[in-house]
Design a protein around this ligand. Structure first.
Ligand code: FAD
Ligand code: MLT
Ligand code: ZN
Length: 475
């Protein structure tokens, strides 16, 4: 890029010097896992859609590549630039207004930089629920959630982020504003363009606002933590609980004993309801619009039956909101605990639920044979067929040596996933971290269509280059 200073000056003219950052950029340059360190040309912090559009036009004029950034909590390093010093980070944090709430239509229209937890609170303030919920909700932004099609812990009942979006406002790579910000449940007027931008990880444009679905606020909630002997029992438990509780069943989170040990090691105040250790655990939740007493009785009855049938070995039912909160906090601390522990080789896989027990046996067996002492930290959203199948180093192997095994371990895990017609990314996306695997595991036919879409919308390849798809040289 020739004239960086002219670009910076022009950006300052659009959003003011205070919002064009050129020093102390580490927090914008490195990903949450601290595995990727980029070097931004600058960090731009616009506060309105018009400012985003003007900045994108400037980038087109100066041929500067753009990396959209939300809360920077992504797991695949999609929100950080490369090390060339030629890419700008377009940080959406200041674009954070609540535009409107329409309780009668069960919708809210919000800007991309709104923090997820703030939106949950906004929904609650009008006696509604915005169900997207994940461990990073205190810092991730709705624009990032939409761009990654985030999953989280309520997918079982409410679906992925894709299912929660009715309309979008997007600044296209040309700088034009695409206004498809409608709050309609039915609209069959041609292609559903918003779907292209959901899960695109910032490679097709910048999401500036969204109209989101709201749901009736649940009145009653029941949470239980069960201990069991195997993933096969967990799959049986899921079927029984769904059969008994139907639509009330909102969350079903599996955790291995190694995951629980790790959490307790780094968060010693975590609850420990059982007197003896077990091999596997499940955290479950049900909600409805009745009373806590009625839902509690239903939930307890269902749990008694699975206990009698020997599907679970033990169970603790949360007796208060505070106890339920502690159990959820334990689950949500697992990524942080792993981050503190030591670098692990992470996988975010999607499988038919029925094939998960055999998959775990096969792949853990193969890993243990190749790497004696290896520590699989397996947890995740079993109710959605989504496992976080993370592989920590054998204690005899140092961190650097273990990182050198990344490709070999990924191949063992992902080859087995593909044999089951699963997916190598269930909810975290591709970013930089899985771009090579994307090229390897996706069919040529899928890649050809995706590249054609990318070229049609972003012919200069300026939007988040180096992420998701390999489009060849871009700068
Ligand atoms: P960022 O990390 O900033 O960006 C993610 C991607 O979206 C990047 O490619 C970026 O370029 C793009 N992007 C961001 N904003 C925009 C925009 N406005 N327009 C266009 N592109 C944009 N994920 C789950 O799915 N489920 C979980 O349960 C879950 N739990 C987590 C728990 C923890 C503790 C942590 C740290 C992460 C977790 N994540 C989870 C991952 C992460 O929080 C999600 O991917 C989240 O949706 C990212 O939002 P963000 O605002 O941080 O986006
Ligand atoms: C989770 O379910 O906790 C997340 O997706 C984050 C992670 O796996 O690190
Ligand atoms: Zn997850």
């Amino acid at each position: 890029m020739q004239n960086h200073q002219a670009f910076i000056d022009a950006a300052c003219a659009v959003i003011g010097h205070d919002h064009v950052l050129t020093s102390d950029l580490d927090m914008y340059a490195q990903d949450w896992r601290k595995k990727y360190f980029g070097r931004p040309l600058a960090v731009l912090r616009p506060a309105s859609t018009a400012e985003v559009a003007a900045l994108v036009k400037l980038c087109v004029e100066h041929a500067v590549a753009i990396v959209p950034q939300g809360g920077n909590t992504g797991i695949c390093a999609g929100s950080v630039p490369d090390a060339s010093g030629e890419q700008v980070v377009l940080n959406l944090a200041r674009l954070n207004r609540l535009r409107s709430v329409d309780p009668a239509n069960n919708t809210m229209t919000v800007e991309a930089g709104c923090i997820l937890q703030t939106l949950q609170d906004t929904a609650e303030s009008v006696d509604r629920l915005f169900p997207l919920s994940l461990g990073a909700e205190g810092s991730c932004q709705i624009g990032g959630n939409i761009s990654t099609n985030a999953g989280g812990v309520q997918v079982l009942r409410y679906g992925n982020t894709r299912d929660l979006v009715l309309g979008l406002e997007v600044v296209l790579p040309s700088g034009e504003i695409l206004d498809i910000l409608r709050g309609l449940r039915k609209d069959n007027t041609g292609y559903d363009l918003k779907q292209l931008f959901i899960g695109a990880e910032g490679t097709l444009g910048i999401i500036t606002a969204a109209t989101l679905k709201l749901f009736p606020a649940p009145r009653a909630c029941a949470v239980a933590f069960a201990a069991l002997s195997s993933p096969a029992q967990a799959v049986k438990l899921l079927q029984h609980m769904r059969a008994e509780l139907g639509e009330r069943f909102t969350a079903f989170e599996l955790m291995s004993d190694a995951s629980i040990d790790l959490i307790r090691c780094h968060f010693p105040a975590s609850p420990n309801p059982f007197t003896s250790p077990h091999s596997w655990y499940v955290l479950m939740e049900a909600t409805d619009s009745g009373t806590d007493a009625a839902l509690g009785a239903l939930f307890e009855g269902a749990l008694e039956r699975v206990l009698e049938q020997g599907i679970i070995d033990d169970v603790a039912l949360a007796s208060s909101k505070a106890q339920a909160g502690e159990l959820w906090m334990m689950r949500e601390n697992v990524s942080e605990a792993q981050q503190i522990d030591s670098p692990n080789i992470k996988h975010d896989i999607s499988l038919p639920i029925s094939s998960i027990p055999a998959f775990i046996d096969e792949v853990v067996g193969a890993l243990e044979k190749t790497y004696p002492g290896v520590r699989p930290i397996i947890y995740g959203h079993l109710g959605d067929g989504n496992l976080h199948f993370n592989i920590a180093r054998p204690l005899a192997v140092d961190n650097a040596q273990w990182q050198d095994e990344t490709h070999a371990v990924n191949t063992m895990v992902h080859d087995a996933v593909v044999r089951q017609r699963g997916s190598i990314s269930a909810e975290h996306g591709i970013g930089q971290a899985k771009q090579e695997e994307m090229a390897h595991y996706k069919s040529e036919a899928e890649l050809v269509v995706m590249r054609a879409i990318k070229r049609a919308i972003d012919p200069q390849l300026l939007m988040n280059p180096g992420k998701v798809l390999d489009m060849g040289s871009t700068s």
